[in-house]
Write a protein that binds this ligand. Structure first.
Ligand SMILES: Nc1ncnc2c1ncn2[C@@H]1O[C@H](COP(=O)(O)OP(=O)(O)OP(=O)(O)O)[C@@H](O)[C@H]1O
Ligand SMILES: [Mg+2]
Length: 254
């Protein structure tokens, strides 16, 4: 057995060299962090659920013609992705006020926003991922105006898709964060969705109970994170009851 070459180890995932040039293997860890790593815990089973949920969302986006880095899931914790040049911007789309927006603008959590709002944060842990404007992004050359247009159009499409997907299973999409990258194909380049979409980077509230089904359970010490992520997966039809029941013994199939 050869040891795989590790390209990058982040807080929630590891990237390994892929089987072919231009590919990577994205491995989902069980680590949960908040406040730029200030708070850290290993939560058994989180990585497996995020791998499955992200696979589900990215496959659907690919089918809809929204370009992503996702190729296929390899195993419980890993997926094959296309290597991209990550644009050092975190794109946040908000539908309902929560988290830092409430603090910044003195809004009550849960306030419906007049329309979806897109925010940008510069990816730099040493600076604590500061919020930046389109002006900063283009002036400092992190993305060109054309790329930024593509990124915003992509973010809006992802928001429309996710809002409907989750509403259909009784979950409100409050906000989410995405990362985009440049995918080079010959002498062509296009912006694609990269990284992951999972309850680690979405705020998901149960429509009926208002229960939080996302990483805020960890940030706010509410407990039950894996149960909440499993609930999301089950509602999306990713984990069928029967698959869960495998751990508790065989079930009669009628
Ligand atoms: N297709 C891709 N090609 C190259 N890099 C990618 C791709 N998709 C995601 N990445 C990068 O892989 C890393 C995933 O690791 P992880 O999410 O654990 O990082 P992190 O600790 O959150 O740090 P970061 O601040 O860099 O996101 C991120 O840096 C992300 O930008
Ligand atoms: Mg990350």
């Amino acid at each position: 057995m050869n040891r795989r070459r590790k390209i990058y180890e982040g807080k929630a995932k590891v990237l390994y060299e892929g089987p072919e040039p231009g590919t990577l293997i994205q491995h989902f860890k069980d680590d949960a962090t908040a406040g730029n790593g200030a708070k850290h815990e290993v939560i058994d089973g989180k990585g497996v659920l995020n791998n499955r949920i992200s696979e589900f969302v990215f496959s659907k986006l690919n089918t809809l013609g929204i370009p992503t880095h996702f190729v296929r899931r390899i195993n419980m914790r890993e997926q094959l992705i296309r290597e991209v040049e990550i644009i050092p911007i975190e794109v946040v789309v908000r539908n309902v006020a929560a988290g830092s927006l409430c603090k910044r603008l003195g809004l009550e959590s849960g306030t419906q926003l007049p329309r979806s709002i897109i925010e940008f944060y510069y990816k730099d842990d040493a600076l604590n991922d500061p919020m930046v404007s389109e002006e900063h992004i283009t002036a400092f050359g992190w993305a060109t105006p054309q790329e930024l247009d593509d990124i915003m159009a992509l973010a809006v499409r992802v928001n429309d898709f996710l809002t409907g997907l989750f509403m259909g299973v009784g979950i409100q999409l409050v906000d989410f964060k995405i990362e985009c990258g440049r995918l080079f194909e010959g002498d062509m380049m296009r912006i694609v969705l990269a990284d992951e979409i999972s309850p680690d980077n979405c705020r998901l509230w149960d429509v009926k109970t208002r229960n939080k089904l996302d990483k805020d359970r960890f940030r706010e010490d509410l407990g039950g994170l894996v149960d909440a992520y499993r609930e999301v997966a089950q509602r999306l039809g990713i984990l069928v009851e029967a698959e869960n029941a495998l751990t508790t013994g065989p079930r009669l199939v009628q």
